[in-house]
Design a protein around this ligand. Structure first.
Ligand code: URP
Ligand code: ZN
Ligand code: ZN
Ligand code: ZN
Length: 496
């Protein structure tokens, strides 16, 4: 038998084990894991010597905004499906899940899905799926959820408790939760109290406090913990509807999530590199530079950062995603972080589009920090993402039968530590908030379905746009989160 690819001399890491094994690949799948060296002489079309480096399931980044309209209606997020997925593979990712945004004035969500398919089709370097972004839960939209989950392979959606263009009222949130529950769709929630932050922004502007750093003052932690608590309460009311709080930055919100799960409610959480590596001080820079770190929720203080790391280690957070949502700082017309327009000739924090680039730096930053065990690193950056979003075990595992999606790192001592610069990255953005950070390692090879698409030393991006395929996803399978929903059956008003 001939293999298509053999990876020899690697230290394989999964969410549960670390073992020196050779990996045999055929027809896009992992077909064999064998004692190290045992496949060194086997017949194969291609052999990669990992030289003792770690071999992991490829990174899965399930929170990515590509070509999405800005939350303020002007411009769109900077990376296209082409440039965003190119950047993804150069950072060790093999699958992403991005958003198919419903526009508020449209009733249907299937139209949003089709429009997003058109943006992505034939343009992606890695495999991809979509979450629906629901901004108008019309009766038509809700009636389409069954088709989304059962036919279209879209088994998750995101809703917002903030941003005027996207914010849902509590009654709308309940309608989404109920319909998601009926269709085994995981509801992702952006939990910040939008009304309060608009009020605080008004107050700040009245006092002529316009600098980027006031973005933090407009969104203090209590907005996040209040909305998180409300989201958990609403999901609890709709009897164990599973929810995932996205981009959690506030330790008090994390504590509320942890408590709910201890009590048996299926409440999950994600955090992002910006809450592990940036603080609110990064928004306080001369001129308008601070805008480069404006995202929502905003980076908190150093002590909070430490608690977010702890939450990753202890399982409060199931997943570490990038929330890649870049806007160029200064070089293009659309969606500039400087937010200077005719209407707003002086930049103001209130009009800075929210979001940071980070799809390429997520894995190397977290790996270089050396704060997570190897197995935990794989769990939160790949395996749990696959489980949460119905891609497991085809993605996020090294099991025979899984897609041969791999990230291979340099062995210790092979790559000299270096300081990150934006030139090294493959996104279509004119800055990285992580410039100057010390990198101790970087993905050396990224392999998708047995094909090398990133070879850092020989050719860089060697994959082709269009190689990436849309993946239809099954229902979430993390922790059997639908068990109680299934046991209880339909939501019963008599039981309230
Ligand atoms: O500031 C952020 N996070 N922007 C991206 C959009 C979102 O809310 O996830
Ligand atoms: Zn969000
Ligand atoms: Zn986001
Ligand atoms: Zn079920």
């Amino acid at each position: 038998e001939e293999y298509d690819l053999i990876v020899t001399n690697g230290v394989c890491v999964t969410a549960s084990d670390v073992a020196t094994l050779d990996v045999g690949v055929k027809d896009e799948k992992i077909v064999l894991l064998a004692p190290s060296g045992s496949l060194a002489q086997a017949k194969t079309k291609k052999l990669i010597d990992a030289e003792g480096g770690y071999v992991m399931p490829g990174g899965i980044d399930c929170h990515v905004h590509l070509e999405e309209p800005s939350m303020f209606g002007e411009g769109s997020s900077a990376d296209s499906y082409e440039t965003g997925t190119r950047s993804a593979i150069a950072g060790g990712n093999t699958t992403i899940v991005s958003f198919a945004p419903q526009q508020k004035h449209l009733d249907s969500v299937l139209g949003a899905l089709e429009a997003t398919h058109q943006l992505a089709r034939d343009n992606c370097y890695c495999d991809y799926g979509f979450h629906l972004l629901v901004s108008n839960p019309s009766p038509l939209a809700l009636s389409e959820f069954a088709q989304l989950a059962n036919t279209e392979g879209v088994t998750s959606l995101k809703i917002y408790m903030t941003y005027t263009a996207l914010q849902l009222r509590d009654n709308e949130i309940l309608s989404v939760l109920l319909t998601a529950r009926q269709n085994h769709i995981l509801t992702m929630i952006h939990a910040e109290n939008g009304d309060v932050l608009e009020w605080l922004s008004d107050q700040l502007e009245k006092q002529k406090l316009f600098a980027p750093k006031y973005h933090s003052n407009s969104r203090p932690p209590i907005l996040e913990s209040e909305a998180t608590n409300r989201a958990i309460a609403l999901a609890g009311l709709i009897r164990d509807t599973p929810i995932l709080l996205v981009h959690v930055s506030d330790p008090a919100a994390a504590e509320r999530i942890s408590l709910a799960r201890q009590k048996g409610q299926p409440v999950y959480a994600e955090t992002c590199p910006q809450y592990l590596f940036l603080t609110r001080d990064d928004l306080d820079k001369p001129g308008f530079e601070g805008a480069k770190c404006v995202c929502s929720p905003p980076p908190r203080n150093a002590e909070d950062q430490g608690q977010i790391w702890t939450g990753l280690k202890n399982g409060t957070f199931s997943v570490l995603s990038s929330d890649h949502c870049p806007f160029r700082f200064d070089d293009a017309e659309k969606g500039k972080k400087t937010c200077v327009t005719e209407e707003h000739p002086v930049g103001r924090f209130r009009y800075i589009p929210n979001g940071l680039p980070g799809i390429e730096t997520r894995l190397p930053l977290a790996f270089s920090a050396k704060k997570l065990s190897l197995t935990k690193f794989v769990e939160v950056s790949s395996t749990n993402a696959a489980k949460l979003y119905g891609l497991y075990p085809r993605k996020g595992s090294l099991m025979p039968g899984a897609d041969a999606d791999l990230c291979i790192w340099y062995p210790d001592g092979k790559l000299n530590e270096f300081g990150l610069t934006n030139d090294m990255l493959h996104h279509d953005v004119d800055y990285t908030p992580y410039a100057g950070r010390r990198m101790r390692n970087w993905p050396r090879y990224t392999i998708i379905r047995g094909k090398v698409v990133w070879n850092r030393d020989h050719g860089g991006v060697v994959g082709e746009k269009g190689y990436g395929r849309f993946v239809k996803r099954a229902a979430s399978c993390l922790d059997d989160m639908w068990k109680t929903v299934d046991e209880e059956g339909s939501f019963d008003l008599e039981s309230l």
